[in-house]
Design a protein around this ligand. Structure first.
Ligand code: NAD
Ligand code: LMR
Length: 333
């Protein structure tokens, strides 16, 4: 079933960008859809969920920006209509954590959700840029890659794990300590998206002097910022609003890059040469985005001993998380 909530974009516009959200009725999906409706580079917003997507579409469609919004449900192959012609597909579908859970505990449910959605993307939008939000990102991105490989449509330049939330948290938390304007902070966060795989490179920030106990606490807060929200929500889910902002920032950067804007750089979890020789095929680092997606994967830059140790620790979990995703698709195609 599909529901055309609104059709009202300017016909003079030539750059058409259809953006699809898979999981649009969720805690992330709804505010992310709102922020995408406000993005002038989005001309068609396509919202898909197992339930509720037409309602979200009808709601955001009343906002007077130049984009159409269509909500889709699984009935009558709604996912086909949701995906066909899509330039960017954002995937926040899946269950969130409750207190006491790790992101890896979500694997048993989210792996098959992401695998099945990846199959649909491979069939109906094989050229789309795909940004995976569903956790555990360290495993769900390799799952999408394996599905795409099995369907012969894998382009590593077009697949991203969204780690932007770690970046915006780092910028916020460092500004709280230094009493600065958070919008003027810039922190590179590399590695993956869970606990010790999240590695903030504070020596490259505006405040390389942070050290000792303050540094240890700040690193821990950035690595485990997600747990702070999970605990505060007390069983009602994990970060949704800050994640929507992070997802919207990533989608916005991607849209600008696709349209040819230069020097668009975002840290993101991609297939990466950085530690391939050690068997780690995916890694998050700064990536220059361009019209074809990944244009340049940046190295980590100068690291101090403390950061080198953090990277070594991160690699252990990352290798396992990636392999788990790859094995899942091999065993459950
Ligand atoms: P939620 O439960 O509020 O929403 C998930 C939505 O996905 C629901 O509306 C559900 O109906 C939908 N869904 C489930 N299976 C689907 C399918 N097969 N097809 C389409 N839709 C489907 O959860 P949430 O808080 O929005 O979180 C979603 C995911 O994002 C979780 O896995 C969470 O851990 C993850 N997350 C990632 C980050 C990150 O930084 N990458 C940050 C926050 C949350
Ligand atoms: C986050 O970092 O907030 C998300 O990955 C959600 C979670 O489970 O912590």
């Amino acid at each position: 079933m599909s529901y055309i909530a609104r059709r009202a974009f300017s016909t003079s516009r030539t750059n058409l960008s259809k953006v699809t959200v898979l999981g649009a009725n969720g805690g992330i999906g709804q505010p992310l859809s709102l922020l995408l409706k406000l993005n002038k580079d989005v001309t068609q917003l396509s919202l898909y969920d197992l339930r509720g997507a037409p309602g979200v579409a009808a709601d955001v469609s009343h906002i007077p920006t130049n984009s159409t919004v269509v909500g889709h449900l699984p009935e009558e192959n709604g996912i086909k209509a949701a995906l066909e012609g899509s330039e960017i597909v954002l995937i926040p579908a899946g269950v969130p954590r409750k207190p006491g859970m790790t992101r890896d505990d979500l694997f048993s449910i989210n792996a098959s959700i992401v695998r099945d959605l990846a199959k649909a993307v491979a069939e109906y939008a094989p050229k789309a840029f795909v940004a995976v939000i569903s956790n555990p990102v360290n495993s769900t991105v390799p799952i999408v890659a394996e599905v795409f490989k099995s369907k012969g449509v894998y382009d590593p330049k077009r697949l991203f794990g969204v780690t932007t939330l770690d970046v915006i948290r780092a910028e916020r938390f460092i500004s709280e300590i230094k009493k600065t304007d958070p919008t003027a902070e810039s922190v590179t966060v590399v590695g993956g998206h869970s606990g010790h795989t999240i590695v903030p490179l504070l020596s490259q920030s505006n405040h390389p002097e942070i050290s000792g106990d303050v540094l240890d606490k700040l690193i821990h807060r950035i690595q485990f910022g997600g747990d702070e929200v999970v605990q505060a929500k007390n069983g009602a889910g994990s970060a949704t609003l800050s994640m929507a902002q992070a997802g919207s920032r990533f989608a916005s950067s991607l849209l600008k890059a696709i349209k040819g804007e230069k020097n668009i750089v975002e840290p993101t979890f991609v297939e990466s040469p950085l530690f391939k020789e050690e068997g780690i095929d995916f890694f998050s680092s700064k990536v220059t985005l361009g019209p074809n997606g990944v244009e340049e994967i940046h190295g980590l830059g100068p690291l101090n001993k403390y950061e080198e140790n953090l990277i070594e620790v991160a690699k252990v979990d990352l290798a396992k998380n990636i392999q788990k995703g790859v094995d899942f698709v091999k065993q459950n195609p």
